[in-house]
Design a protein around this ligand. Structure first.
Ligand code: ZN
Length: 418
């Protein structure tokens, strides 16, 4: 391992925070927070802002066929795979200013530190802003990162439509034209990075409760989505005796109790959520003949998700108040455990800033879940107040964000020296 560049001494906290504020002004709402739906005017403006930062830092700006934007700081050996660091700039409809954007601006701070240090390094360093992480306008999210990592096809991504019927492909063409007009170079195809690092707000309460400004994220839990249908028989609410009923609501109610009991046999890392529930014919004096609900099931261990999957399927085969049950999987994303060597480098960097920092498994999706399928990947978290995000009240403390960014700078320094 070579000498590190002592890059953390070159992190300019004030400049970093000015960048955070400049990003927060793009798509700002009068009521606070921001609205930058994927590929809309504000989202494109946020990318153009990033491209504008390239020249003064001696970097080159690129964009690819999915509108992902890259700033590249050349290494003395340009043929080496770049160290890639990044996040996303799009937001939820009524969002805070830090989910995603903080990560991109923190990476920019890494480039500024490298520039100010006049640092020479063999391996190129690239900062990326991924397209449509949120999935709020075009579902599903993480479009740019999943295409880049080869886990989703471009054809399927561009076919998605927003609520107004605008295809992703048409919005993307408009965005690509503006990126091209900005002078950024077109680099159509993905490549395999040396490694990928992402800093993100925690979007949960753990770090704040510990008073800790930064921690290593060891992985992202897996999630399975189920759609459940309980089929009964509609009949008169007043005249049908208990023994003759096939009440879809009562069947669903008892089934949900049993599903939840099965889920509670697992450890406390398990997340079991029923977020949608509907009844038909939805009439006050008719026994429901159909109930439909969803299950969102999450855990870091694939074996736990597998065990529960089998238990749920067995329960679906039982009789529930005389109703028939179908339980189907609508989406399955396996858990990701981040790269051990990369985690070690991040752990050492975090320990230099905050020796008592915990390790966390992410409960939410991030672009990193896809990148982990194509290169060594790991993440850092920094706290947000009360764990609130996807809301204008999302808030981070400048001092904590600077410490987290300095941990990221140290990690990049360490990886460039190895
Ligand atoms: Zn995010």
């Amino acid at each position: 391992m070579r000498e590190t560049l002592h890059l953390h001494q070159h992190l300019d906290g004030e400049r970093f925070w000015a960048d955070v504020e400049a990003q927060a002004a793009i798509g700002a709402l009068e009521t606070g927070g921001i609205r930058r739906l994927a590929l809309d005017d504000a989202d494109v403006a946020a990318r153009l802002w990033l491209i504008d930062q390239a020249g003064p830092l001696g970097c080159t700006a690129f964009y690819d066929d999915l509108g992902n934007v890259f700033l590249r700081r050349e290494g003395s050996e340009p043929e080496l795979a770049p160290l890639l660091i990044g996040s996303h700039l799009d937001s939820q409809p009524n969002a805070g200013a830090y989910d995603g954007a903080l990560g991109v601006v923190a990476r920019l701070a890494v480039l500024r530190a490298l520039h100010d240090a006049g640092a020479a390094h063999d391996r190129p360093v690239e900062v990326v802003a991924w397209t449509n992480e949120e999935g709020a306008r075009f579902a599903p999210g993480a479009s740019g990162s999943s295409w880049f990592a080869g886990t989703r096809e471009r054809e399927a991504i561009v076919a998605a439509e927003d609520d107004e019927g605008m295809p992703f492909g048409a919005a993307l063409e408009h965005c690509l034209a503006r990126l091209s007009a900005s002078g950024a170079a077109h680099r159509p195809a993905p490549y395999r990075p040396h490694a990928f690092l992402e800093l993100h707000i925690e979007q949960g309460p753990v770090l704040e409760s510990l008073g800790c400004p930064v921690c290593v994220v060891t992985g992202i839990q897996g999630v399975t989505w189920y759609e459940v249908e309980v089929q009964g028989q509609a009949n008169h609410a007043g005249t049908t005796p208990a023994a003759a009923r096939q009440d879809a609501f009562m069947g669903a109610h008892r089934l949900i109790g049993a599903l939840r009991e099965a889920a509670e046999t697992q450890d406390e890392a398990l997340r079991f959520t029923i977020g949608k529930f509907r009844l038909w014919p939805d009439s006050v004096n008719t026994i429901a003949d159909l109930a439909r609900f969803t299950i969102d099931l999450r855990h870091p261990d694939p074996a736990v998700l597998d065990t529960l999957d089998k238990a749920f399927q067995r329960l679906a085969e039982e009789d529930w108040e005389g109703c028939r049950v179908t339980l189907g999987v609508s989406s399955r994303v396996a858990p990701v455990a981040f790269d051990a060597a990369l985690l070690e480098a991040l752990e050492a960097s975090v320990a230099s800033e905050w020796p008592e920092a915990p390790q966390i498994v992410s409960g939410a999706f991030h672009d990193a879940i896809h990148l982990a399928r194509c290169c060594p990947t790991a993440m850092l978290f920094t706290p947000c107040r009360k764990g609130i995000s996807h809301h204008p009240d999302e808030h981070i403390e400048k001092a904590e964000a600077v410490i987290a960014t300095r941990a990221l700078v140290r990690a990049v320094d360490r990886l460039l020296a190895s």
